[in-house]
Design a protein around this ligand. Structure first.
Ligand code: C2E
Ligand code: MG
Ligand code: MG
Length: 639
């Protein structure tokens, strides 16, 4: 045999052996230990040798002889790595690599360019078209090629894993852990992208911001776990409400179920998020009618109609909703959210459970509120708070038998009434230091009067329901009783009926603890809170103060007259003192006295007065004018 022929024969034999070997390996393992490699080479001999060598080393090899078949195979088989011959007729490896990179899944697949020569130009070109690496083909280097491929596959796996972890992390950072809704951060991204899109298309975007009313109270009194449960239930009901349950939009997709922020690919429809502790936002893209926002708000309110069950308790919650529309209320995310928040707080300030669209004037009202709050902060330090005292009269004797301390705020020369600042103090938490100041000042003053030898009357102090909820009242009360020369029974605490009713089970232990200190407890504004007799019996109270609204109607409403009579008998039946407040006319006094109520407070006797003036009145003793020995009170011509 000629040497060339011999060489060819030898080569053919070794190829055949290799191919057989490879086949044997393939069928023996039945799987590709290393993964699948797409081998692209137009030279059948080179391809076969490379394939066989790789198969021997555990690769599943799929082969293509041209760019076209390579692209088809890639799409069908999605190999882990591609070995691509640089030099091919028609389309060479460089062009093929560029096309591969554009296919789905082709961006990240590692591609090794197989070159014959290690010329710099080919190497640079290989990297330019997006190849991951290059390899100089030569017989006997198969092990090296296999290792190179293996390394590339491993590196690409690590990269993919990293990308996945990063995506997971991003998702976690942007998802609310409790409700699994987008959190504020993500909502801002979604909202921002939507606003941009709306701007380009000239469409409008609505935003509802919903706050759960009195949530802090629920959290404080039932605990954080219960608060979380409530929020979760609310979020589920709201998701249904905003999704369009019960209307034609039922099939509408949920605008932020996917991870996508891009409005072009994100499903259309409203998108809900939890944007604060007890605040949910709902973005409404492509808003056509502004009424739609109100309709959505109504659906949200319906979600609050049924009670929630939290830790075995039945709870009713309400919500306040503020709304803005872009672009009329703004074009940027942060100001729009702030305006929706302002609208929502405006609803809260008037008692909650309502809907308001943002209006420019809300800014001034809110600014005044902030100013009030910050001024109030300083009021204690600046000694701007004062107490006035209103006497309580026993109309059987005409004597002062007690007094109520009523707070005033001397703000820039003007005397501000508590109705104007106590709600702000409650909202801001300032009510706690204010109540402590009132308690201390009232007890100090009482001590002064006691020392001066004035009759040791009881003095009542108003306690905010919010303060009671915080459960921190016994300590300052005990401190005051210890610090000043007063008998515990001289201190009365007035708590409004509505504040008590709100969370009786939680405040009851505290009321008992206060009672144990020896102070008296009084229910203020009684008659407005729908208390039942059974409920009154459970309370460790001493005094009922009939709300002045009923007293004011004594001469005009038969119903109020009857009610006042009933309250007096019920109170006495429970062995409680009954005080009527807001008594302004002799007729009211007589009418009350006739129904057995002899303790009264009101302008008829005295407005709230300064401590000095009160001391004078107390020193003067009883007045005949304040006695109710007058003829029967008439309720004729009522209503
Ligand atoms: P309240 O405890 O029911 O106090 C009675 C209110 O009725 C007082 O108003 C008093 O000035 C007013 N009043 C007394 N007699 C008459 C009358 O004949 N006719 C009418 N129309 N009103 C009369 P004020 O001082 O403005 O206090 C209003 C409310 O502010 C109080 O209602 C109480 O709930 C709250 N408050 C007052 N002082 C304090 C305080 O120190 N702490 C707390 N937490 N709340 C306070
Ligand atoms: Mg009172
Ligand atoms: Mg009252």
């Amino acid at each position: 045999m000629k040497p060339v022929e011999a060489a060819i024969a030898e080569l053919a034999a070794s190829i055949a052996a290799l191919a057989a070997d490879a086949q044997a390996i393939r069928s023996a393992t039945g799987a590709a230990g290393e993964g699948t490699v797409l081998l692209v080479d137009d030279d059948p001999v080179a391809r076969m040798m490379t394939a066989a060598a790789l198969a021997r080393r555990g690769w599943r090899v799929i082969e293509a002889d041209s760019a076209t078949s390579a692209l088809q195979l890639f799409e069908r088989e999605q190999p882990q790595v591609i070995a691509l011959d640089a030099v091919m007729p028609e389309r060479d490896g460089f062009a093929t690599c560029e096309l591969l990179r554009q296919l789905p899944g082709g961006v990240h697949v590692p591609v090794v360019m197989l070159t014959s020569l290690e010329d710099e130009q080919s190497v640079v070109r290989a990297y330019d078209v997006g190849a991951s690496d290059f390899f100089v083909k030569a017989p006997g280097r198969w092990m090296l090629l296999s290792q190179r491929l293996r390394y590339l596959v491993r590196a690409s796996r690590v990269r993919a894993e990293l990308a996945r972890s990063r995506a997971d992390l991003l998702r976690v950072q942007r998802t609310d852990a409790l409700t699994k809704l987008p959190n504020r951060r993500r909502f801002q991204e979604i909202f921002g992208a939507e606003l941009q899109r709306a701007h380009e298309r000239g469409s409008r975007t609505g935003l509802l911001l919903l706050g759960v009313n009195r949530f802090r109270l629920i959290n404080d009194s039932l605990g954080v776990g219960a608060g979380d449960q409530l929020l979760l239930q609310i979020s589920r009901r709201l998701a249904d409400a905003f999704r369009g349950e019960g209307d034609a939009d039922r099939s509408r997709q949920w605008g932020c179920d996917s991870d996508d922020v891009d409005p072009a690919t994100r499903p259309p429809g409203p998108c809900m998020a939890r944007v604060g502790g007890h605040e949910f936002a709902c973005m409404v893209p492509d808003l056509v009618y502004e009424d739609d926002l109100e309709r959505l708000a109504r659906q949200a309110f319906e979600a609050f109609e049924q009670p929630f069950w939290v830790g075995g308790n039945e709870l009713f919650a309400t919500a306040s909703i503020g709304a803005v529309v872009s672009p009329s209320d703004g074009r940027r995310v942060v100001p729009l959210l702030a305006r929706a928040d302002l609208a929502m707080r405006t609803v809260e300030e008037v008692g909650g459970n309502g809907f308001r669209r943002y209006a420019e004037r809300m800014n001034t009202t809110r600014a005044a509120h902030w100013k009030l709050e910050s001024d109030l902060h300083r009021a204690i330090g600046l000694r701007q708070l004062r107490l006035l005292y209103q006497p309580k009269i026993d109309v059987a004797t005409g004597a002062i038998v007690g007094a109520e301390a009523l707070i005033r705020w001397q703000r820039d020369g003007e005397l501000v009434s508590p109705a104007a600042f106590i709600p702000a103090a409650e909202d801001s938490g300032l009510i706690v230091p204010i109540t402590e100041w009132v308690l201390t000042e009232a007890c100090r003053q009482l001590g002064v009067w006691n020392r001066a030898g004035l009759p040791p009357i009881p003095l009542s102090v108003n306690i905010s329901g919010r303060h009671l909820q915080r459960g921190t009242l016994t300590v300052p009360v005990r401190d005051c009783l210890n610090a000043y020369p007063i008998a515990p029974g001289q201190l009365e605490l007035e708590i409004t009926e509505t504040a008590l009713m709100r969370n009786l089970d939680d405040v009851l232990p505290q009321l008992r603890a206060l009672k144990a200190l020896g102070v008296s407890l009084s229910i203020d504004d009684f008659g407005t809170g729908y208390s039942s007799l059974a409920y009154l019996k459970r309370l460790p109270i001493d005094i009922l103060k009939i709300d002045r609204a009923f007293v004011g109607e004594l001469e005009t409403s038969r119903e109020s007259t009857a009610l006042v009579g009933a309250i007096v008998s019920m109170g006495h039946g429970l062995d409680l003192d009954v005080v009527a407040e807001g008594v302004e006319t002799p007729e009211q006094m007589r009418c009350l006295a006739q129904r057995g109520c002899r303790l009264m407070q009101g302008y008829l006797f005295s407005h709230p007065v300064t401590p000095d003036r009160f001391a004078d009145m107390l020193a003067q003793g009883s007045r005949s004018l304040w006695r109710a020995d007058a003829p029967e009170c008439s309720t004729e011509g009522t209503r």
